[in-house]
Unconditional design. Sequence first.
Length: 328
Amino acid sequence: MKATFFPFTDISQPRLAAATAVFGSLLLYRPSRLDPAGRLQAWVDRGALEIRTPVQGDENRLRVLLQEYQQWAELHGSRDLTRFKTRQGEIPFFDDQSPLKIRSEILRQTGSAKTGPDAADALFQARVFLQMAQAFDRQQRELQQALEVVDDRQQAMLRELGDFDDRPPAPAPRLAPAPDPGGHMTVERLTAWARLALQAPEADAVLVTDSPAAWDLFADRFPATLVMAHWPVVSGLSADSAPAVEWRSELLVALERLAQTAWPAPGQPVLPPPPAAPPSPGPFALKLALVPETPLPMLLADLIGRPPMKAPSDRPSRHRHTLLALIA
């Protein structure tokens, strides 16, 4: 059972390491072929990461719009995604504070100035938004990493000063944790990502995120969601360690069985806890939940506002339910 990362189209290496320690491998959707695997290529080469582009084509249109967005952001000193909006039945647009040139270029690239369900290319809107969100998230992550380097140097300098002074230096306040990128335009991210994911062959039933905001939105959108397990601290777990391999094998078998079993299941399903390990850098919390009687295609359709989908009788969904995982 391979987990699919959502609602992002990029992932940091620490989060990827945590996700593969739990699930063995991860599936990542990209809105276009504009971004090769790059720094993630090593993970792809060893089979820990699969990158899929469910929809191909229109890369030149996407490239032009992304460049226009970046130029606009540099002009305004901001890359706030709220300037870009996607609305079902409308073309992509920036709000009235954006330069007329940007708006005109988007109208030209989409091929029509008309709006309405028949004229809009909702899927292209989603791809544009996800491409911009990917660039925005990457920039924010690089900024956070630079701040962490400065913070580490500051702490090291204070420690060195303490060695030359009888009085220990006052501890400097540590850098605040990075904000949750999924907390920025959460609904728009989920809607755009779901629209893209619906174009791919049906994936396995596990969706994994590192965004508490995305997790909370799912719980609100699907109130029947049940938390099946919660481990506040998972530490010392590496993808290739013997304890991790054994635990992961048991966990994936249990999740596969859980995703296929009618609900409510007789008795409370028990998921195996992660192996105990001494503290190590990069601990994370792991939470697992079940969205009962909602196969993944139905869940995705609900997110974009389509009528509930049913699998054809000759090709039923492999899973009755969708499983959610939060790694944070």
